[in-house]
Design a protein around this ligand. Sequence first.
Ligand code: SF4
Ligand code: MG
Length: 329
Amino acid sequence: NGLKKHFPIKGGILGRTVAHVRAVDGISFTVRKGETLGIVGESGCGKSTVARLLMRLIRPDSGEQIFDGDPVGAPRGITVAEMRRQVQMVFQDSSSSLNPRMPVQNSIAFGPMAFGEKQADAIAMARELLVKVGLNPALFGGRYPHELSGGQKQRINIARALAMKPRMVILDEAVSALDKSVEAQVLNLLQTLKRDLNLTYIFISHDLGVVRWISDRVMVMYLGEVVEIGPADEIYRNPKHPYTRALLDSKPAMDPDHRREEAPVSGDPPNPINPPSGCRFHTRCPFAEAVCSAKSPAIGMVEPHMHVAACHMQDLSSGHTKAGMVLEG
Ligand code: SF4
Ligand code: MG
């Protein structure tokens, strides 16, 4: 609730703070138990910062985080350490997150051992988890990361996250580095694990197609703010925000060599150090009017079933002409 993170930029001979990148600028959202919330937006919109804030890998400037009814890090809530055990994260880069000098089953066992589990028990559990993620422990348990493919390494990372018996997993571009066919296998694995282990996911990706497939609800971010949130089907069938529409209209390249490019929306995103006044999308929005640069249309906390967009002219943007609206009104 009201999550905010501005990163200082130092400058001058004295290294004083000269400006701030407004990476996440006061956003509120809810993730329901058992659902997958997808977070989409162009590179630099703040979606990874949201993940890191939720894990407290970085401290929010302000905002409140409530986990299953308990405020995180507050006197009467749960500690950050306890929250971090229940919420695990899987990143995009499957190589750098595994210790290259450790057999993968030891990497999986590492977290539980740090929490006091005996090595033999932790390794036994790691081998069970290998089975769960579709890798034969007799073949793969003793291997080192460099002996595995990208897809196999990402399965190990998923197993490593699950070793902590989390209730929620945050997946930040977790399948983005994989080939399409491997990506599909890992996505299917994630769905199976979610069902079998009653998990809740936050799935962050720039790939709109993948997000649609895996998500129950979707949150669209632009320059550190939430511009639209709602059930996945509704967002894709009836996007309310002009930015969401632009994202969906610009077909991302299916060419494997280009698929990591962000979906192109005309014009570059403005600088998050000095974002546009009012609606931050007004510099690129075909529907912008005077009110758009004067007044921010930000949305606050919404009920999980609601579909809302931060736009002064939601009806205009869903395809009606202004004249049409006047006639209808
Ligand atoms: Fe476009 Fe104005 Fe809506 Fe922003 S508030 S998305 S500029 S119409
Ligand atoms: Mg990112």
